[in-house]
Design a protein. Structure first.
Length: 257
């Protein structure tokens, strides 16, 4: 009788804990009514919480788990807010929250635009990186043979792109952070000529290997039409992540390599 009582208590304790965990993951970090109060509130929320390049558990509007791909695909409709949920385990949880008919085109359009980028990046993951043969400003050659056994962090950008140039100091910090990882190389592709890049680098330090004249490769082989775009390629030549910021690069190197 005593053993049965103990087992019953343990069982209900586990059940209670499970329900507590489940309900906690259904509580948003911020209520939708506050997020959608106005466009600035929406932008602030998205700026702090839109971490959709990272690994996360996704839920539909009925709190049922769905795949990350399905979640991102549904976001591209512009009909849903990616509602971040509270977590006690340092993991990410997102739930689809359907916009009502009064939500303006500015919010819907912004959501749709961001979602499209994240979904396109997600679709590239797991695919083989195209054959390449790059020669940087110092004459170093990068191809399948010379990069064998290396992780490649690749930036696509161009001179005159404000965001591309603004992030350079943060990228230099990443190069410094991983300087003892001899299996990681940092390479950047630009459509600009060798001369233009050399002039630019005299004014602004950039610690990546610089490869000029890459407009055709970026547009035809990589289908890149937004800048900056970063590819993280593993030692097997597979794209493990496509991201837009230095923070996302760091996450990928720590969690996907």
């Amino acid at each position: 009788m005593k053993k049965m009582l103990i087992c019953t208590i343990v069982f209900f304790t586990l059940v209670k804990s499970s329900f507590a965990l489940l309900s906690n993951h259904d509580i948003p970090v911020e209520e939708p009514i506050k997020i959608l109060k106005d466009f600035n509130s929406f932008l602030n929320y998205m700026g702090e919480n839109l971490k959709l390049s990272e690994d996360f558990t996704a839920y539909n509007t009925y709190s049922k788990i769905i795949s990350k791909g399905t979640f991102l695909k549904m976001l591209t409709s512009g009909d849903y807010l990616p509602l971040r949920l509270r977590s006690t385990d340092n993991k990410l949880y997102f739930k689809l929250y359907r916009y009502n008919v009064l939500i303006g085109k500015d919010i819907r359009g912004s959501t749709q635009g961001w979602a499209q980028v994240f979904y396109e990046h997600y679709e590239r993951q797991g695919k083989k990186f195209p054959a390449f043969n790059f020669v940087d400003l110092n004459g170093h050659i990068y191809n399948k043979e010379t990069t064998k056994g290396k992780v490649i962090v690749l930036k696509c950008w161009f001179i005159g792109c404000p965001i591309c140039e603004k992030e350079i100091p943060a990228l230099n910090k990443l190069v410094k952070k991983y300087k003892n990882r001899m299996d990681i190389i940092f390479v950047s592709l630009a459509p600009d000529s060798k001369k233009k890049l050399q002039i630019f680098l005299k004014k602004k330090r950039f610690d990546y290997a610089e490869v000029p004249n890459q407009n055709t490769f970026m547009s035809k082989e990589l289908n890149v039409n937004a800048f900056p775009t970063h590819f993280i390629i593993n030692k097997q030549g597979i794209i493990v992540s496509v991201v837009d910021t230095p923070e996302e690069i760091d996450y990928a190197l720590k969690n996907k390599i």
